[in-house]
Structures are given as structure tokens and as C-alpha cells.
Design a protein around this ligand. Structure first.
Ligand code: ARG
Length: 467
């Protein structure tokens, strides 16, 4: 039986009927739908609208539906169910008879879908937090293993200054820590219960909204029934946070692809996450990274679709909102499938430290340190910059590095140059002068690793607390 056929004289056009259904995709909300239905049934009974035995029958029926779904995927092959809400009602009546029709007393699918989506996103965030913590932990292991190894840092994709490999990896750690925080923040804001909001104006029966919220692990009931049934901010915010996470993953992937090219040769691709070419026998391609970069585009598309879906809607519920489900599921599913693979890749990748170190030491990455030497001897920076620039010019002509210039020659540029200039150009010395919090001096990087470890540890503890 349909949920709404009474006022209709004619049957629906068959193609339209199929086309407007959402059960194909909202079946994944079954667990959430059953949980929300249990809470509603209990509130009905406590409000005097179900007897104790009816409540027990309904709860048992809902459990049976969960069991059947767990036992066989074919149970969900229902081409009459309009959506997950209709499916549960149908199945409940099939299992317990007409008492099943009592469950929908005083509620609306508008509050149900809003509730299911909040529960679904909450669970997704919890899983993502665990996955992100794993990625971060592995990256911190890799940073620690890299020890004192150096590489060039780039600006404008031109060699700029040497940094520790660990410092470079920590840059990504910071991005993903922020992503985890954004998700945690989103979780906090969405954790309110729409149950009892009805179709738009509030439930038509006395339901204890606070008790329903508590049963479902929400912090409180939502404050306004019109907003609660039509708000999808939490979906937009979640997928917005995911699109930023995906952008970070994409930048990470892009840089790893670049560094794995023969031209850079900084990393060796893990074979377990690469593929070959059907034509060129020598090829090994960074597929995991390329797909990561490509999937970011999809997630950004999902975020855009969601914003545009909601932007023109009058209050309150409109069926357009059904269209927010697929972009949400797509974005969440894409990220959830990706993060463990990115962790596996990160664990397996090999760094070519020799090649990185060599690149870090050539191409005048110590020029700023050279100018700093003069500054410490009282030379105004702009003049020091100019003089080191001239020295670089000479080196380019002679195809040598700054340390190869003779002291007399340097003294013609500025008499402040002395023998100790050469030691300030060494890789170690250049790394060491970046001795500020957040800088690449080795002691600072060790501290930064320890600080990040603490943050990831507390993320892991939270994960266990929610599990
Ligand atoms: N399948 C619907 C959705 O996802 C559920 C809410 C339907 N409400 C309604 N009044 N037709 O939005």
C-alpha cells in the first residue's frame, strides 16, 4: 500500500512512478531509518498513543527487518518501495500486520529523512576520523624515519631553500589535521535531532523530543520545525569539508606524481599501487595518485550540485531535497574508499634520499643564507641581496656553486666576507638558521613531529570513545 493514495483517482504514470523513487539509493539509510523509527515508537508509547504490547510488537518487527536485511541483500530488491521510509512501513506490516501502520502516527517523512541523513553523516565522520588518524600516523612515521634527510623546497616550482624531508611531510600533516578538525566541527553542529518536527509545523501528537534525541545520541532536539525539515546545511557543510579534504589529497597526489617522474626522481612508486601500460613495456604509472586527483573533481562537483540544489528553495521541505542524497553518498563513499588506500601508499612509498639531498645542495638554495651571513656583519639586507645575486651570476657563468668562489673574489663584492662564509653555506648550516617555531631547523622539526603526534593520539582516543 502506498503511503498517500487516498485522494488520488488515477494511478501514477508508470514511468514517472519509477523515476521519482529514491529507494535505489536511500536503501543505504536503512540502519538509520530503523533507529529513528525505534525512537519514534517509544515516544508514541510514552505519549499514550501505543500500548506497551504494540510497542513491543513494533520493536520486534523493526528488529526482524534489520535481521532480514543483514541476512540477504535480495531482501532489499523491492521495486514497489518508494523510498526507505515506505520500505520499512511495508515490511513492518508484512511482518506484524496492521499494527505496523500505527508507527507513522504523528510523524512525517520530512523529519525522518532529515534525521537519517544526520545519523548517516555522523557515522561517516566517525569513520573518516579513524581513517585520517591512520593516514596522519603513517605520515608521522615516515617523517620520523626520514630523520635528517633534506630536499629542496620549491616556490614557483623553482628550487628555493633546503628543508628536511620530515618538514615537507609535516606540511601535509597540518592540512589533514585541519580537515579532521573541520569534520569534527561539522559533527558538533549537526548533532541535533529533527524527530518530532513533523512535516513542517511540529508533531501532531505529544512526543518527548528530548527523549528521542537522547536515544539516538543527539545532543538536543532542533529548535525550529520549519528549519529542521528543510535544512540541509549539514550536508553542504560536510561535503564542503570533504571537497577541501579532496583538494588537499589532490595536491598531495599531484606533488607525488611530479616527484616520481624521472625528471625529479625523488620517490619510487610502490608497485602494489601502480599499473603498467598495455603498449609500452617499461611503464609504471602512478594510478592511485592520478585517480585521487581525478576523484577530487567529482567531490567538488558534488559540493557544487548541493549548493545549487538548495539555493533557490522556498521553505520548507521540497522534493528537490531528495536530490541532495546522491551527491552526499558519492562524496562520502569516495573519500571513505580513498583514505585507506592513500595510507597504504604512504606506508609503501620509498624516498630516494640521495637524489633529494643532492638537489637540496645545488641550484643556489643557500643564497639567502649567504645574504644572511652579510646581514649578521652589519650589511643592509638589500645590498647583501644584490651582492650575493652578483656572486650567483658569476657562478652561473662558470657552472659552479657559491662555495667554489675564492675569498678574494667575494671580497671585491664586499670586504665583510671572511673564511667562515663557506661554513655558513653548508646544508646543515642552512637548515639550522631556520630556527623558529614552524621552521625547518632539525630541533624545531623534532618538536613539530612530537606536537603532531599528540594531536593524532587524541584523535585516536576520540575514535575509540565514539566506537
Ligand atoms: N525520499 C524523500 C527525500 O529523500 C523523503 C521525504 C519525502 N517527503 C515527502 N513529503 N514526499 O526527500
Amino acid at each position: 500500500m502506498k503511503m498517500w493514495s487516498g485522494r488520488f483517482h488515477q494511478p501514477l504514470d508508470a514511468d514517472f512512478e519509477r523515476w521519482q523513487r529514491s529507494f535505489d539509493f536511500d536503501r543505504r539509510l536503512l540502519r538509520e531509518e530503523l533507529a529513528a523509527s525505534r525512537a519514534h515508537a517509544t515516544a508514541l508509547k510514552n505519549g499514550g498513543n501505543l500500548s506497551s504490547s504494540e510497542l513491543i510488537t513494533i520493536l520486534q518487527g523493526l528488529n526482524q527487518i534489520a535481521e532480514k536485511a543483514a541476512a540477504s541483500a535480495a531482501f532489499l530488491d523491492d521495486n514497489e518501495a518508494e523510498d526507505v521510509h515506505h520500505f520499512v512501513e511495508k515490511q513492518l506490516v508484512a511482518v506484524i500486520g496492521d499494527t505496523g501502520y500505527k508507527l507513522h502516527s504523528g510523524r512525517s517523512r520530512n523529519e525522518q529523512i532529515a534525521t537519517d541523513l544526520r545519523l548517516y553523516i555522523r557515522a561517516s565522520i566517525d569513520q573518516m576520523k579513524a581513517d585520517l588518524a591512520e593516514w596522519l600516523w603513517i605520515s608521522l612515521d615516515r617523517a620520523e624515519q626520514a630523520g635528517g634527510a633534506a630536499m629542496p623546497a620549491y616556490t614557483h616550482l623553482q628550487r628555493a631553500e633546503p628543508v628536511l624531508v620530515a618538514h615537507w611531510l609535516l606540511a601535509y600533516v597540518e592540512m589533514f589535521l585541519r580537515d579532521a578538525e573541520r569534520l569534527a566541527d561539522c559533527r558538533k553542529r549537526l548533532n541535533l535531532s529533527p524527530l518530532g518536527s513533523g512535516a513542517v509545523a511540529g508533531a501532531t501528537l505529544p512526543l518527548d523530543r528530548r527523549a528521542m534525541a537522547e536515544e539516538l545520541g543527539f545532543d538536543a532536539p532542533t529548535a525550529n520545525s520549519i528549519d529542521a525539515t528543510s535544512d540541509r546545511d549539514f550536508v553542504l557543510e560536510f561535503v564542503g569539508a570533504l571537497s577541501l579534504l579532496a583538494v588537499h589529497l589532490s595536491r598531495w597526489a599531484e606533488e607525488m606524481i611530479l616527484f616520481s617522474s624521472q625528471e625529479f626522481g625523488f620517490i619510487r612508486l610502490p608497485e602494489a599501487y601502480s599499473t603498467g601500460s598495455s603498449a609500452m613495456p617499461q611503464k609504471m604509472n602512478p594510478d592511485l595518485l592520478e585517480l585521487t586527483r581525478g576523484k577530487a573533481a567529482r567531490i567538488i562537483g558534488d559540493a557544487t550540485a548541493l549548493l545549487v540544489t538548495v539555493k533557490g528553495l522556498p521553505l520548507a521541505y521540497n522534493k528537490d531535497l531528495q536530490e541532495t542524497q546522491q551527491p552526499l553518498f558519492d562524496a562520502a563513499g569516495t573519500v571513505l574508499s580513498l583514505l585507506p588506500l592513500a595510507s597504504g601508499w604512504m606506508k609503501a612509498v620509498e624516498f630516494n634520499h640521495e637524489r633529494m639531498q643532492q638537489a637540496a645542495q645545488s641550484g643556489f638554495t643557500n643564497a639567502w643564507a649567504g645574504a644572511t651571513y652579510l646581514v649578521q656583519r652589519g650589511v643592509p639586507f638589500r645590498l647583501a641581496h644584490e651582492q650575493i645575486g652578483k656572486a650567483v651570476q658569476t657562478c652561473i657563468e662558470r657552472k659552479c656553486e657559491l662555495g667554489d668562489l675564492a675569498l678574494e673574489e667575494l671580497r671585491q663584492l664586499n670586504p665583510a666576507f671572511d673564511q667562515d662564509f663557506y661554513s655558513c653555506l653548508s646544508l646543515q648550516a642552512v637548515l639550522n638558521i631556520h630556527d623558529v617555531p614552524g621552521g625547518t631547523a632539525p630541533a624545531r622539526v623534532r618538536q613539530a613531529i612530537a606536537d603532531a603526534r599528540r594531536k593524532v593520539e587524541s584523535m585516536r582516543e576520540d575514535v575509540h570513545a565514539h566506537a
